[in-house]
Design a protein around this ligand. Structure first.
Ligand code: ARG
Length: 606
């Protein structure tokens, strides 16, 4: 019985009076059933439900009839799509969601959503808040950001941080148990040269903190010595061995260096409000020893000119993983083998996500193959490499400073702040807002526009970093959305409604859905569950950006033709349309949730 109850509560289509239902899913289910009754002679007939792109043709469409007619043709039967469509319609059992079904054109079935369903679903926003669709709670391990110590955190890491954070926020909202891991590169061979350089340049480093706050310069210095001085190179190699064997002085030097980087990274995370658990490569040192032993014992390793390698699938043209180098050292490959094992066995992850640049696609492809091969990764576990394209400058070349250096993230954020302030001043906002409000608006715009520009582009593509573009106040930008949101929020205030009042109104009035533009807006809001579902499936946040933009533009259409608060010429309120205030409030709440998932922070005034 317990199982039955559990499975019931996870059924997406079961009527749940506390949250919005996923329309797409309900339609899949009811049309799935209708199609199997209408065409019992076809197994697994395609159930194709799409959003309609023209209100004339309903809100959703079922396009299965054409495909089914083709299947019949192949079976030597001639049945017209229209006949099939009619038969499907006959077999759709009545559902609250469906107002009307229509067969159109060659055999499309147009679905019109009922207002009763819309009203009941939107009302849950006032009774229970904007709640996520029900999902089975999973333990999700997300690997994001993951910069390297002593090397500057660059725009690629910024993308990983921003995209990864949104994925975490989404999954947290859905109720999953999310572990946000910052897999920083703190254990590479570069530490040999860094430590030896530190020891030689600041011999008293154990008692007195060395002045290495400019770690990038320090890195360059030691790299120069490493490249030019054979003897230094030897000492550096010996240094790695000492570090990895746990020599206390080397560990101390390593910590000093890591701390400098860590502080720098933290400044960026604080500004962007991204929370992470730091667990760098060093954490896996002993686990790497273990997995290597296991692979060795399992007979998985092959000798390749002194290296020990392991193949995923030999036939797909990929290269093998280098598990142990000829000098006995480990590699990035080894560390990820230990990592995936730790996440499955110790963390009990049901779902593993890695957010990195697309260049690491092959690495993760092979990693997952190997993990399957050794029985670690099973069909119960979902794994995703979430790749993203490179960031380009406005010259369409790799994003660099004018002098050709990597752009320091902190400088980038500073410039964002400056530009955001300029923008606010341009609009004369500094005359209206208090200094504190101005500062909040500035930060909201600066960090919001940087995040949103990244998230609103399909992550598979490269994108051009342009402050001018991202600070535009028209089109699908953070600035536009933040303003739109603030405006919607201010409507209730114009009517002198506070939160308490809105709560009362929600009890005494219903959301107004009579006007064509009201109903249009309502239907956009009703897509919230299916939009979240879309992003959960392909982990592409730009869908959510497009959705929130659609909300904002549809709201404008509504607001242009439907008054919410009517005032006379002297500015006194003559009439308040309560049902519309509720619709505006519902819009604001859905939008707020989307903005929150995207990591944007709207302010009350801007
Ligand atoms: N530190 C790496 C880089 O800068 C990213 C690490 C990603 N995570 C992982 N488990 N390999 O490219």
């Amino acid at each position: 019985l317990k199982r039955a109850i559990a499975s019931l509560s996870h059924s997406q289509t079961s009527r749940d009076s506390t949250r919005m239902q996923n329309i797409q899913e309900i339609l899949d289910e009811i049309f799935g059933a209708a199609i199997s009754s209408a065409c019992p002679d076809i197994t697994d007939a395609p159930v194709v439900i799409t959003l309609s792109n023209n209100a004339k043709f309903g809100d959703y469409q079922c396009n299965s009839a054409m495909q089914i007619s083709n299947i019949y043709k192949q079976l030597g039967k001639k049945v017209s799509p229209r006949d099939i469509a009619n038969k499907i319609v006959e077999n759709v059992s009545p559902h609250e969601l469906v107002d009307k079904l229509e067969v159109a054109g060659p055999g499309f079935i147009n679905v019109f959503v009922s207002k009763a369903f819309g009203l009941r679903n939107l009302s849950t926003i006032f009774t229970h808040g904007v709640r996520p669709p029900p999902y089975k709670k999973l333990r999700v391990v997300v690997d994001l950001s993951s910069p390297n110590i002593a090397k500057e955190m660059h725009v690629g890491h910024l993308r990983s941080t921003i995209i990864g954070d949104t994925i975490c926020r989404l999954l947290e909202f859905l109720g999953h148990d999310v572990l946000r891991i910052n897999h920083i590169g703190d254990w590479g061979t570069q530490f040999g040269m860094l430590i030896v350089h530190l020891q030689e340049k600041f011999p008293d480093y154990l008692s007195k903190a060395p002045p290495i706050s400019d770690l990038q310069a320090f890195y360059k210095e030691s790299k120069k010595r490493f490249d030019e001085d054979e003897d230094f190179k030897k000492r550096a190699y010996a240094g790695v061995v000492k570090l990895q064997s746990g020599d206390p002085n080397y560990i101390k030097a390593w910590q000093l260096i890591c701390d400098v980087s860590r502080k720098e990274f933290q400044v960026i995370y604080d500004r962007l409000d991204v929370k992470l658990i730091e667990r760098g490569e060093s954490f896996y040192q002993s686990r790497m020893n273990d997995i290597v032993k296991e692979l060795e014992a399992g007979g998985y390793l092959e000798d390749d000119e002194g290296r020990k390698v392991m193949w995923g699938d030999k036939n797909d043209g990929n290269i093998p993983f280098t598990v142990v180098k000829s000098d006995g050292g480990y590699t990035y490959d080894t560390s990820d083998l230990a990592t995936i094992k730790q996440r499955i066995v110790e963390e009990k992850g049901d779902w593993l996500i890695y957010v990195t640049d697309a260049g690491q696609g092959t690495h993760f492809y092979i990693l997952f193959q190997i993990a399957r091969k050794i029985g670690l990764l099973t069909d119960n576990i979902r794994v995703d490499h979430v790749p993203f394209g490179v960031v380009l400058g406005e010259d369409k070349k790799k994003f660099k400073t004018r002098s050709g250096d990597t752009v320091r993230l902190i400088d980038l954020l500073e410039e964002g702040l400056k530009r955001a302030l300029d923008k606010l001043k341009e609009k004369g906002r500094d005359q209206v807002l208090t200094p504190e409000e101005l500062k909040q608006a500035q930060e909201s715009i600066a960090y919001g526009c940087i995040k949103y520009a990244d998230l609103s582009h399909n992550r598979h593509h490269e994108y051009v970093f342009s402050f001018d573009k991202m600070l535009e106040d028209k089109g699908n930008t953070a600035v536009y959305l933040l303003y739109a949101y603030t405006r919607i929020r201010s409507i209730a205030r114009t009517a002198n409604f506070d939160d308490k009042k809105i709560e009362d109104v929600a009890k005494s009035h219903t959301i107004s859905l009579d006007h064509e533009k009201e109903w249009k807006l309502a239907k956009v809001l009703l897509k919230f569950p299916e939009e979240l579902d879309k992003v959960t499936k392909d982990l592409c946040p730009h869908h959510l950006c497009e959705y929130v933009y659609e909300i904002a533009t549809t709201f404008t259409e509504f607001y242009d033709s439907c008054y919410c608060v009517e005032k006379d010429s002297s500015g006194d309120i003559v009439k308040v349309n309560h049902g519309r205030i509720l619709l505006a409030e519902a819009t604001a709440r859905v939008m707020a949730k989307c903005l929150d998932i995207l990591g944007l922070k709207p302010v009350a005034k801007m």
